[in-house]
Design a protein around this ligand. Structure first.
Ligand code: NAD
Length: 500
């Protein structure tokens, strides 16, 4: 019998009642390994009501006690790292070592959340006026929601759960229906770490449960990560319903290679950043922009053998694999369709992965590596996010032309420049209209204590994920002006008080 994955409500696993399910695949074999329940609006609303009941007592615990739950959670994540990574790989398809990185990058945000007592400290002004003190407090919002994508099923839920919960909120987590098991395991570990029942509810579902989140009047804030059209939709509908929203979307990350760069280092960086996790990363480099014909010729010459040598296979093959399958047959089909448009629209397909097949895994969702050269900005493979193992090389004559490509693209998640020249690197970092910038670093994902977020159509909302912004997003400020009877000298005041 196929396993049916349910929800995690009030500290327990529960079965869904909708009768609707989605298939969860093993992407390496193409088999359906489980089904996941898709919640109804009524199930979602019931989970929210229970969370709202649990939240006040959690918020009333002092911040040190909430931080201690996070401390315990860190040790449990470390204890269960291999178990989590194994489940993650089996549903997502990424390699085991990459899956451990997925858990680790989330765990680091939980470590940061141990500093919550400091992050939640307010501000105080003694004697702001005669006998008057003024102070600001950061208070939790109440019940908040997280809606997350398939490509980081541990990291992104952890980025949302950690700051939201430690700040004293209750959270409804709606993970991707493609790989729902790891968020449920995280919820179990939080219960073991001492999180009271009902404070984190994991509700699996699709558009119905997302819309129920957006329309639920108790939910105060929505943190979303996924594709740009859905990010845009959620941002608007959440705002229309009076909710705070931060919605992170898709990407097309450019890496500029200057003529003075070490081209072996640049080629190595491009291969890791372009093909790691089969290109299913919002910070993957999908466009290489070499500056000058000579740089471009040499770079492509160095890239081709590296790409042809990539080992593609199932995560069970261990260290012998560079990247695994993509997540679904539909994702594979979409990637291969875009590759066809590249050929039709005149790009040079210098590494052709279209006929890739893996013996014993013919039904798996594997996609061979592709490299396009002489791509132009009017082509679909340049304009669209491919989210697969496909790197496009766009040749630029000058640095200005290269930076212009990155600036003019509608996405603005990440970018990188490879150069030995400090002036060029500094100019690039200052002028570029993109949220995360690498200088000789191909995937510049900030660490937990800085913030993560893209610009342009890669991010809607004004605060980033993790770092200090996360504490701002999941709390609101209340400012108190206090005067005690001995400080009150005047009778009624009829004009606005000013400080003279
Ligand atoms: P997706 O947009 O298909 O799904 C994300 C979430 O939205 C899921 O929980 C899904 O159930 C829900 N959803 C899907 N369709 C919906 C609809 N019509 N109405 C309401 N909700 C809906 O994204 P995905 O395929 O899971 O993830 C890949 C995308 O996420 C890529 O575009 C990638 O660049 C992006 N991403 C961005 C970041 C970032 O920080 N900017 C990080 C990771 C992934």
């Amino acid at each position: 019998m196929t396993e049916v994955i349910g929800h995690y409500i009030n500290g327990k696993h529960v079965a869904g009642t909708s009768g609707r399910t989605a298939d969860v695949y093993n992407p390496a074999t193409g088999e359906v390994q489980a089904k996941v329940a898709l919640a109804t609006t009524a199930e979602l609303n019931a989970a929210v009501d229970a969370a709202a009941k649990a939240q006040p007592a959690w918020a009333a615990q002092n911040p040190q006690k909430r931080a201690r739950v996070m401390m315990k959670f860190v040790s449990l994540l470390n204890r269960d790292m291999d178990k989590l990574a194994d489940k993650l790989s089996s549903e997502h398809g990424k390699t085991f070592v990459d899956a451990k990185g997925d858990v680790q990058r989330g765990l680091e945000v939980i470590e940061y959340c141990i500093g919550a007592p400091h992050m939640l400290k307010g501000e105080f002004t003694d004697s702001a006026g005669p006998g008057i003190d003024m102070y600001s407090m950061r208070q939790p919002l109440g019940v908040v929601a997280g809606i997350t994508p398939f490509n980081f099923p541990a990291m992104i839920p952890l980025w949302k759960m950690g700051p939201a919960l430690v700040a004293g909120n209750a959270m409804i987590m709606k993970p991707s229906e493609r790989d729902p098991s790891v968020p449920l395991m995280l919820a179990e570990l939080l219960t073991e770490a001492g999180l009271p029942d009902g404070v984190l509810q994991v509700v699996n579902g699709d558009k119905e449960s997302v819309d129920a989140i957006l329309d639920n009047e108790t939910i105060q804030a929505v943190g979303f990560v996924g594709s740009t059209p859905i990010a845009h939709y959620i941002y608007h509908r959440a705002a229309e319903n009076g909710k705070r929203a931060q919605c992170f979307g898709g990407a097309k990350n450019h890496m500029i290679i200057m003529p003075d760069a070490d081209l072996d280092q640049a080629a190595d960086a491009l291969v890791g950043a372009g093909y790691g996790a089969a290109g299913e990363r919002c910070m993957a480099i999908s466009v290489a922009v070499p500056v000058g014909e000579e740089t471009a010729d040499k770079l492509v010459e160095k890239l081709v053998p590296r790409i042809e040598a990539l080992k593609v296979g199932p995560y069970t093959a261990g260290d012998d694999v560079d990247y695994g399958p993509v997540v679904t047959a539909a994702a594979k089909e979409n990637i291969l369709k875009l590759v066809e448009t590249g050929v039709e629209q005149g790009a040079d397909l210098v590494v052709d992965g279209r006929d890739f097949s893996l013996q014993g895994y013919e039904e798996g969702f594997f996609v061979g590596p592709h490299l396009f050269d002489k791509v132009t900005t009017d082509m679909d493979i340049y304009k669209k996010e491919i989210f697969g193992p496909v790197l496009s090389c766009v040749r630029a004559k000058t640095y200005e032309e290269a930076i212009g490509y990155a600036m003019d693209h509608e996405y603005g998640n990440g970018t990188a420049i490879f150069t030995r020249d400090g002036d060029t690197a500094r100019d690039f970092a200052n002028r570029i209209n993109i949220g995360m910038v690498g200088i000789n670093v191909p995937i510049p994902v900030p660490l937990a204590y800085h913030t993560f977020g893209g610009w342009k159509k890669s991010g809607f909302g004004d605060l980033n994920q993790h770092g200090p912004d996360a504490f701002k997003f999941y709390t609101r400020t209340k400012t108190v002006t206090a005067r005690w009877p001995s400080g009150i000298k005047e009778g009624g005041e009829f004009s606005i008080p000013v400080m003279e």
